[in-house]
Design a protein around this ligand. Sequence first.
Ligand code: CMP
Length: 136
Amino acid sequence: VTERTLVLVKPDGVARGLVGEVISRLEAKGLRLVAAELRTLPREVAEQHYGEHRDKPFFPSLVEFITGGPLVALVVEGPRAIEAFRALAGATDPVKAGPGTIRGDLALEVQRNIVHGSDSPESAAREIGLFFPALT
Ligand code: CMP
C-alpha cells in the first residue's frame, strides 16, 4: 500500500547544506519525491503545523527556530512511507538516535534535529494539506 508523508528539512539542515544528504538518503531507501519546495514559514503556518505542541515549554522557541530561515518541505511516497522515513530520521533526540540515522549521524540538539516527518496517517494528511493543499 503506497503511503505519503510530509518531510521537512528544517532551517538548521538547510543552513548546514544537508538538503542533498537528506534527499539522497530517502531516495536511496526507495522513497519517491512527490513535491519539494524551499520556503520560509509564516508564524501562523508554523503554529498550525506544531499545534499539538502548543502547551509545551519549548513551543515558543520551536516556532522561532522553524520560522527563522528557509526550510525544504517535501512530500514523499512509498510503501509504509511514514514509518520508513521515521526509521531513517532516528529518534527525536539526536543523542539517542542510532548511528546510520539522519539525526544520529548529523545532529546533537533536540530542537535542531535537521528533519521532521509526519508521525501517523492522520498527521500526514493534515500536514500535507497544510503545506501542499493542491495535493489533497
Ligand atoms: P519534530 O519531529 O519536528 O517534532 C517536534 C519538534 O519539537 C521536534 O522535532 C524538535 O525539533 C522539537 N522538540 C522536541 N522536543 C523538544 C525539547 N525537549 N526541547 C526543544 N525542542 C524540542
